[in-house]
Design a protein around this ligand. Structure first.
Ligand code: MF3
Ligand code: CO
Ligand code: CO
Length: 257
């Protein structure tokens, strides 16, 4: 798991400088796909339940599962989540970041920064012995204090030799997972999707993948694959630049929230 997740982090740092105005999400897909194959690994999204591409690119009001396309060209002011998943020697690493494309409005920057802080707070707040529901207990009140909302339909997940394993990791408050106690050695993702408006989402009728906010408000997301240790949480998908800086996420302005 450490090696699979570390490669996924390396891939994120490789993609990062390419997320700029003028590039199409199809080109980002090709870059990630080729880099993964070059290193002898497998893009997990390609063909997963029929998903047609090697990564997800979710722009502005797209919550998750956006399909890369040659006609989706990033433009100044967009926010875009790039969600990468790689299979390395049979193990899955899964992480995502929301990027700013050029100059982005301050309200969008605040949404992205608060979403990043929510993930960091969950990672820093969770300890072995706590119920899995502690994650939602941390994230939901924090993001709602800004008037934002937590997407309910999509969750984090156990991860290992499979992409999505038990248990679902809820980012909102729910009794559903308060019986699951965090134990050292468990590996799962935390990946809050936070909407600027209401929490409802709709799936595109035509492509059956793209998930958008129902009210068409902006949505942001960050994801790390983590492991429970004896003392807390180890972030497995830290990128080389994050390891160097000592920061779990590197979002400009995040420390204000
Ligand atoms: N990477 C996503 C997650 O965090 C799942 C994408 S599934 C796909 O769980 F089929 F859309 F690629
Ligand atoms: Co995931
Ligand atoms: Co993911």
């Amino acid at each position: 798991m450490r090696r699979a997740a570390a490669f996924n982090g390396e891939l994120m740092d490789y993609i990062r400088p390419h997320v700029k105005a003028g590039i199409s999400t199809e080109e980002l897909n090709t870059l990630a796909h080729d880099y993964t194959l070059k290193h002898g690994h497998t893009p997990a999204c390609l063909g997963y339940h029929g998903f047609p591409k090697s990564l997800c690119t979710s722009i502005n009001n797209v919550v998750c599962h956006g399909i890369p396309s040659a006609t989706d060209v990033l433009k100044e002011g967009d926010i875009v989540n790039v969600d990468l998943t790689t299979i390395v020697d049979g193990f899955y690493g899964d992480s995502s970041e929301t990027f700013f494309v050029g100059y982005v409005s301050s309200r969008a920057r605040k949404l992205v920064a608060v979403t990043a802080r929510a993930l960091v707070m969950a990672i820093e707040g969770v300890k072995p012995g706590m119920p899995l529901s502690a994650i939602g207990e941390i994230i939901q009140p924090f993001v709602e204090s800004y008037g934002y909302s937590v997407v309910r339909e999509y969750t984090g997940h156990g991860i290992g030799r499979e992409f999505h394993e038990n248990f679902s990791v809820f980012h909102h408050r729910t009794r559903e997972c308060d019986q699951v106690i965090l134990r050292p050695g468990m590996t799962f993702t935390i990946e809050p999707m936070i909407n600027m408006g209401k929490h409802g989402v709709v799936t595109d009728k035509k492509d059956k993948w793209t998930v958008r906010t129902k009210d068409r408000s902006l949505s942001a997301q960050f994801e790390h694959t983590v492991a429970v240790t004896e003392s807390g949480i180890e972030v497995l998908t830290l990128t080389p630049s994050q390891k160097e800086s000592g920061q779990i996420l590197n979002v400009v302005g995040m420390e204000k929230y």
